[in-house]
Write a protein that binds this ligand. Structure first.
Ligand code: NAP
Length: 336
C-alpha cells in the first residue's frame, strides 16, 4: 500500500494499493500469488510504468518452475514483456510521463500493476496498437526478427517453413517474412490455428499433428526444399527438418524441450547450417536496430500482434497452464 500525500483539508491521504504477482519458491503455477507491494520510485535513467497488460511467454514458465538456466533471486515478480503508461521518470531518461509504451524487459517484473524499467527498455507504443498488443511485441517479434534476419540472413524470394506458426513467435515470423517477400509455409496443430497462419500471410499451412505431413514440402517447393526453417520444437523436428532443406538451407533453433537424434550427413550434402539463438544474447545496438525496424512494420500495418486470450493478473497460474497447452492462437496476455 502506498501513500500519495495529503490531498484535502481533512488530512485524508490518497492511498494507492499496488498489486504484483510474487514467487517465493520455484515450483508449479500456483507458486505465483498476487500480493500487495510497495509503490515504486524512478532512479536515474529509469522509468516507472503503470502496466496495462503483461505478455505471457513460455520462458516465464521455465523460470517459475526453476528449470531455466537463468534463475532470479527469490522472491521475484515474473514477466519480461508488457505495455502501459509512463508514471514517473528518473533523471536523464528521455521518456515523457503519460506516454504509451511497450517494454523489452524490466527491473522488477511485468506481472504487476507497476514496473520499474531501464529507460532503454521502454519503447513508444504505436497509437494503432492496444496495450494488449503492446505486451505481445517484445519477445515474439524480436525473436522472430533476430531468427530471420540476424541469424538466417533470410532474403526476399526464399522459401520459409515456420515450424510452429500459430503461437506468439510463429505469428510474428509469418507476418515479418510475408512483408519481406518470402514464400511462407506454416504449421499449426488446430484448424483455428491453421486459419490464423494463412490469414497472417502464409501461402500454405500444414498440420504438424498429421503423420507424414513433411512429405508435402517437396511438392510445395517444386522439389527444391526449404531455404529457411524457424523451429519452435527442435527436439521433435530437427532430424526431419534437415532432410527437407534446400541447398545452403538454414534451420534456426528457437525452441527445444529435450534431446533429438539427427544425421549430420544431411547438413553435409546440402552445405546446410543449424543456427541456435537466444534472444537474451542480443547486444544493445542489435536490440535498438530490431525495435526501430519493428516500429516501421507496426506503423505500416504489416505487423499486427494477435491476442488469443486476455486473462486477469490474479489468474496468472491459469495463464501459465494455458501457454504450455497445445492449440496456440497468437498471444496470451495478463490484465492487471
Ligand atoms: N530462443 C529464444 O530466444 C526464444 C524466444 C522466444 C521463444 N522461444 C521458445 O520458442 C518456442 C515457441 O515460443 P512461442 O512464444 O511462440 O510459444 P507459443 O505461443 O506457446 O507457441 C508454441 C508453438 O509451437 C507449436 N507446436 C506444437 N507442437 C509442435 C510440433 N510438433 N512441431 C512444431 N510446432 C509445434 C504450437 O502449435 P499448436 O499449438 O498449434 O500445436 C505453437 O505454434 C517455445 O519453446 C519458447 O520457449 C525461444
Amino acid at each position: 500500500m502506498a501513500e500519495r500525500g495529503v490531498c484535502n483539508s481533512l488530512l485524508e491521504v490518497e492511498v494507492i494499493e499496488l498489486k504484483a504477482v510474487r514467487v517465493h519458491e520455484f515450483g508449479p503455477p500456483n507458486v505465483m500469488r498476487l500480493e500487495e507491494v510497495p509503490d515504486l520510485a524512478s532512479r536515474p535513467m529509469q522509468v516507472v510504468v503503470r502496466v496495462k497488460a503483461a505478455g505471457v511467454n513460455p520462458a516465464d514458465t521455465y523460470t517459475r518452475s526453476g528449470s531455466y538456466a537463468r534463475k532470479p533471486t527469490l522472491p521475484y515478480t515474473p514477466g519480461i514483456d508488457g505495455a502501459g503508461v509512463v508514471a514517473s521518470v528518473g533523471e536523464g531518461a528521455q521518456v515523457e510521463v503519460g506516454s504509451r509504451v511497450y517494454l523489452s524487459g524490466s527491473v522488477t517484473g511485468s506481472y504487476a500493476q507497476q514496473a520499474l524499467c531501464q529507460a532503454t527498455d521502454v519503447h513508444p507504443l504505436p497509437a494503432k496498437l492496444s496495450f494488449s498488443q503492446g505486451a505481445a511485441i517484445n519477445i515474439p517479434y524480436a525473436t522472430a526478427y533476430r531468427a530471420l534476419f540476424q541469424r538466417a540472413n533470410a532474403k526476399a524470394g526464399e522459401s520459409l517453413l515456420v515450424h510452429g506458426a500459430s503461437g506468439g513467435v510463429g505469428v510474428a515470423a509469418v507476418q515479418l517474412a510475408h512483408a519481406a517477400g518470402m514464400n511462407v509455409i506454416g504449421t499449426a496443430g488446430t484448424e483455428r490455428g491453421r486459419e490464423l497462419v494463412l490469414k497472417e500471410g502464409a501461402r500454405h499451412v500444414l498440420d504438424h499433428n498429421t503423420p507424414n505431413y513433411m512429405n508435402e514440402i517437396q511438392a510445395l517447393t517444386q522439389g527444391r526444399g526449404i531455404d529457411v526453417i524457424l523451429e519452435m520444437l527442435a527436439n521433435v523436428n530437427l532430424g526431419k527438418d534437415l532432410k527437407i532443406l534446400a541447398p545452403a538451407g538454414r534451420v534456426v533453433v528457437i525452441g527445444s524441450r529435450g534431446m533429438v537424434q539427427i544425421d549430420p550427413r544431411d547438413t553435409m550434402t546440402r552445405d546446410a547450417a543449424i543456427l541456435g539463438m537466444l534472444l537474451f544474447n542480443v547486444t544493445e545496438p542489435e536490440k535498438k536496430a530490431i525495435h526501430s525496424t519493428l516500429a516501421r512494420g507496426f506503423e505500416d500495418g504489416s505487423l499486427r500482434p494477435i491476442i488469443g486470450k486476455e486473462i486477469p493478473l490474479s489468474e496468472a497460474p491459469r495463464a501459465h497452464e494455458e501457454v504450455m497447452k497445445a492449440g496456440a492462437y497468437g498471444k496470451i496476455v495478463l490484465i492487471p
